[in-house]
Write a protein that binds this ligand. Structure first.
Ligand SMILES: Cc1ncc(COP(=O)(O)O)c(C=O)c1O
Length: 392
């Protein structure tokens, strides 16, 4: 390391002193209910692989066939020479799945949020955002010259007040996670749609944790609240329930053309390998023709949440497969995660700045792949660790 980078050591030391220093856990196997980590088999309770698609034979097959048909790399950014027919087929299929006119796929969800918000809003506009919105939304907001107003988490009076104060701006954008990634609670999108109609505000929802999880056949939060046609912009990812990679905006064709021209995170990056597009399409087919994954996910979610509650843990206000086990200080969350790992269960500690300093937690996510035996095993280990640490 050069001397000019020595200042990094101080920052890292500071993070370590605050128990906030992060290292990367490494999988030595494919992503599934039991994985290999640190040379042992552990129960995975921290992935976003909701439906168990990440290692599914149908996705593997679709990707392999696409490699044979299209080669591996796309070879260029979408705008120049990287758009293949298979990319457009995916966008049409996604739009149909989401009941929108069209969609545009970005290389990742973070790129979809950053690029869309950056392209849409400018000086003279205002963005109104839930205080617990995902970092990629916050990044998008920071990329614009628009004013920002942050309302308290899920507080519809707070949203109304912000809209009332925003009447004189040129345009208003209200943006929210659909399912909040650290808490598993759900935005009241029906009330938000009404307020946006009343105040002539554009409504954008991040469905990263709603796709494959909420609504009819896992079509997401707009389907869950039956709001088709009333939410201007649906953003989602293909990297969680769909088990692949990518982000998207589902909306109308005009927005798609606009973003192709103006969204910097779309313009300045190479297209997905065609195998990614093929696997994404297979995942969208599977969500619709194999409903058992969706059903298992919810059966497991209910069983596991009830189990944690019976043990006496604080699981917040979660309504989805994301279930936080809230313990307070960062050090406690890290201790609980370590105790669980010793017992062969992997649950990631989530600490500041991802959540408030006194709301550190381990975040659990069950998937459709977990068996009842898996969940009983995890509950037993949670009970043991929770008692040992005096949490329950
Ligand atoms: C709510 C939310 N939005 C956006 C993203 C970004 O999605 P991706 O991982 O596809 O970049 C994530 C995932 O980390 C997320 O949890």
């Amino acid at each position: 390391m050069t001397e000019r980078l020595n200042f990094l050591l101080e920052i890292i030391e500071d993070l370590k002193n605050q128990n906030l220093f992060i290292t990367l856990p490494v999988l030595q196997s494919e992503q599934k209910n039991w994985v290999k980590m640190e040379d042992k088999e552990v129960l995975m309770l921290s992935s976003n692989n909701y439906l168990g698609f990440a290692n599914h034979p149908r996705l593997r097959k679709a990707a392999k066939e696409a490699i044979d048909r299209w080669g591996f790399g796309a070879g260029a950014v979408r705008q120049i020479a990287g758009t293949m027919e298979i990319h457009l087929q995916l966008e049409k299929m996604l739009a149909k799945f989401k009941h929108t006119e069209d969609s545009l796929v970005f290389t990742a969800g973070i790129a979809a949020n950053r690029g869309t918000i950056q392209a849409l809003m400018d000086a003279g506009d205002v963005i109104i955002s839930d205080e617990l919105n995902h970092g990629s939304i916050i990044d998008g907001v920071r990329l614009t010259k628009a004013e920002r107003k942050i309302y308290p988490h899920l507080d519809m009076e707070g949203l109304k007040k912000a809209l009332e104060e925003s009447k004189n701006f040129r345009r208003r954008l209200v943006v929210s996670d659909g399912v909040f990634s650290m808490d598993g609670d759900i935005a009241p999108l029906d009330q938000m749609a009404e307020l946006c109609e009343q105040y002539d505000a554009i409504l954008m929802v991040d469905d990263a944790h709603g796709d494959g999880v909420l609504g009819k056949d896992g079509r997401g939060i707009v389907s869950h609240f039956n709001l088709h046609g009333r939410v201007d912009i649906e953003m989602g990812t293909l990297s969680k329930a769909f088990g692949c990679l990518g982000g998207y905006i589902a909306s109308d064709a005009i927005l798609k053309s606009f973003l192709i021209n103006k969204a910097r995170s779309f313009i300045f990056t190479t297209a997905h390998p065609p195998a990614v597009a093929a696997a994404c399409m297979e995942a969208i087919r599977m969500v619709q023709d194999e409903p058992q994954h969706f059903q298992n996910l919810w059966k497991n979610t209910k069983y596991f949440k009830e189990g944690l509650q019976k043990l006496g843990f604080n699981i917040g206000n979660s309504k989805t497969p994301i279930t936080p086990v809230i313990v307070g200080e960062s050090a406690r969350a890290q201790e609980l995660s370590k105790a669980m790992f010793k017992e062969n269960v992997f649950v990631k500690p989530i600490v500041f700045p991802l959540v408030a300093k006194d709301k550190a937690r381990v975040r659990t996510i069950v998937t459709a792949q977990h068996t009842k035996e898996d969940l009983d095993f995890a509950l037993e280990k949670f009970g043991k660790a929770g008692k040992m640490m005096g949490i329950i």
